[in-house]
Ligand binder design. Sequence first.
Ligand code: RNT
Ligand code: ZN
Length: 419
Amino acid sequence: MNEAKILKGYEYAKEAYAAVGVDADAAMARADAVPVSMHCWQGDDVIGFDGVGELTGGIATTGNYPGRARTPEELRADIAQALKFIPGSVKLNMHACYAEKNGENVDRDGYTIKHFENWVAFAKEHGLGLDFNPTFFSHPKMDGDFSLASPKEATRRFWIEHGKRCREIGYEMGKATGQPCVVNYWMPDGFKDTCADTLAPRIRMAESLDEIFAPEVDESVVPCAIESKLFGVGVESYTVASHEFSYGYAVKNNKLYCLDAGHFHPTEVISAKLSACLMNLDKVLLHVSRGIRWDSDHVITLDDELRRIMDEVVFNGLEDRVYIGLDYFDASINRVACWAIGMRNARKALLDAYLCPVDAIRKAEADEDYTLRLALQEERRTLPMGAVWDYYCMTRGVGNGSEWIDGMKQYEKKILALR
Ligand code: RNT
Ligand code: ZN
């Protein structure tokens, strides 16, 4: 669509929003300001550069679309390509397995910021904040699916040291970028089948985490989160860091709790949990994902749950208490497009939340006029958000509809297809 048509559409949309008491220009500025963290692991099927070369820990990618990034250089080029089509404030979410060892004989218990200096330089070059994750999977020192809760002292020691190194690295990343670096602890530890002792592994897990978090560090620079999970592939019966475990640990120890959209029973949604968790916690981390029947990590679409998540953040004014990160991996379609589609959708949902005439809806609620509340909620669905989105993308230079899709197709032809 050409510029004149987009401007015309925006003129109409701006008036339509003004008529319901919403300032569309202000909504775009507010949507811009919310950082959304893009997960580096979408680009190479969560393989990384330092492990056993295959994915373990009960998570799985499916598909073998051509063009997977095989080196740090390829991964950075792909991320840079995706960024061309992504508006707003962006962070890059790294995993420890993306370390660049350059032939050095160092393992995950010995990593330092040095092994991520290319990533820090890349982040600075593109104006990105950084987040970080220890990698408790895809590594020979895993005890099956166990890491921090392993009954083997040597295994636990190794992974505790890894956990400590990652907090140190996160601190350096936070300082280098001038933005908090959220370090998220997700451990796959658990059993495939019914276990006889559910308590001892949890005690070991808590003790390991206590050790990791014992050193004094400025947590405003490096906030740390514990991510819960219901089950994994091959870890179906028992997960040590379950919801109750992780949430409780975070509350008790002043950590963040990470809510992943795919880590609950299929009828549970994290949008419904957010404000409740924040009754007991300062901050939470979101892993925005999309599970289809299970924790399948599909690319996020602009579906009801994504909208509800962003509505919850925005309507409740929780922007400073919720870190938003994406977490999905699809190997069956163009991986670079997956980033652009998901990141654009996250931003779209934020914009739509800021464009919502929430004051009027809340007034109806306060007046106990639930008919009006429902009527306004449904009217909101068809307000001309698409016209604002097109204008927003145009003014941010990230291409609308066909433009970004054409750009992506060209990259696929010129770069991805040759790998
Ligand atoms: C796994 C968790 C975890 C991972 C990443 C790669 O189920 O969601 O967050 O996806 O750490
Ligand atoms: Zn996750």
